[in-house]
Design a protein around this ligand. Structure first.
Ligand code: SME
Length: 155
């Protein structure tokens, strides 16, 4: 099965597991677990940084799979903060060349980060996937993760 088809299958699986579940934490935890398992070991760190309801310009770590993540990331800082500020997904093939990259774990070499919106179109979180490989992610990963995140809070 090619990667795009695999993402489609995983989206259906995640939607079926979280169907009827109103807890956003449970939804994020399910998605991070299913994605991390499906693409191990390429997905070294898979998880969510959520917009802190008490500080609207700051992300705080949410459910994730992987090594210890930083707890907070201000909007505009690092790759996740960049995506929070721009609301646009990004693929970074070498994180060491990204200005202001936050190295939670020095084993990470590339990453893809996509925004997660709530039903009102407000930014709720970003999904961050890191790899120990350089250049581990392509537009198929970005599109697959975006499609999963598009309905994660609403489906
Ligand atoms: N890579 C992220 C930081 C978070 S972790 O790697 C878990 C960034 O620069 O936004």
């Amino acid at each position: 099965m090619d990667k795009a088809a695999r993402y489609k299958e995983l989206k259906a699986e995640i939607e079926s597991v979280v169907a009827g579940e109103t807890s956003v934490t449970a939804r994020y935890a399910t998605a991070s677990c299913i994605l991390s398992q499906a693409f191990a070991p390429r997905f070294f760190w898979t998880g969510f940084y959520v917009v802190d309801p008490l500080k609207d310009q700051e992300l705080v770590v949410g459910p994730y799979q992987g090594t210890l993540g930083c707890l907070r990331i201000p909007f505009g800082k690092g790759v996740c903060g960049h995506v929070a500020a721009t609301r646009e997904p990004i693929i970074v093939s070498d994180v060491h060349e990204f200005p202001g990259h936050i190295a939670c774990d020095s084993a990470s070499n590339s990453e893809v980060v996509v925004p997660v919106f709530d039903g009102d179109g407000n930014l709720a979180a970003v999904l961050d996937v890191d790899s120990t490989e350089l250049d581990a992610f392509d537009p198929v990963d970005q599109a697959g993760l975006l499609a999963i995140c598009e309905t994660l809070l609403t489906a």
